[in-house]
Design a protein around this ligand. Sequence first.
Ligand code: PGA
Length: 259
Amino acid sequence: MTKKIVIANWKLNPVGDKEAKALFLKTRSLAKELKKTEVVICPPFLYLGAFYKLKTPKNMQLGSQNSFWEEKGAFTGEVSAGMLKSHDVKFSIVGHSERRAMGETDKEISLKINALLKQEIIPVLCVGEKERDMHGEYLSFIKNELFDSLAGVQKKQLKNIIIAYEPIWAIGKSQRDAMSPGGVHETVLLIRKFLTEKYGADSAKLPRIIYGGSAEGENAEKLMNEGHVSGFLVGHASLDPMNFGQILKAVEASQAAHA
Ligand code: PGA
């Protein structure tokens, strides 16, 4: 059995300090209701500096949306894994498609993952295709993304990583546009197969796999139970406590995760 987890990716939101704190407090009260689900908030860097001083229940942690592989030095604008650790950050999203679209490469992603693992921060590696073609080329796309991003990662470190499968075509829309639960399950199985191919069969050591891409209160239960994921990476719905609360409830009520 793996622990269920819901990761809130606030992206470049909300616009002000007050709104951010209010959203944090609302999310915290939602998290307090849960017994079997971990909640991670990934706000913009600036807010992390304030949030890590606030009390959180045991099942709620902070995460970052990005990180840098060097520890310190002349790297204007960057934030290192060590700095994140000193702010009690336990998770970090790596290789989100929105960052890849800005030019982030698999090589850089692998450097970030290795730097995070060194600091005992859990990398949340995002992979996913832009579109689904008829010939199944998206499969080798996902496989390459996965293998290149995990360069330098040893088998024993896999359990300290989360893979977020995020088909780009499903991101930032509405639950009608999310991937079907069956499609999610099929892809989760493939990702596990790829990982087994690379690292050998020992499912207890595989990373947890979560889904992202228009997960909302309405589709969360089906995606969870029929998609066989360990939870979600949630974008827009994490900014709306009602919607996010529904997702959390669905995850909490679902069977123990299978992925
Ligand atoms: P979405 O975003 O939930 O708004 O689709 C998910 C993500 O980009 O991580």
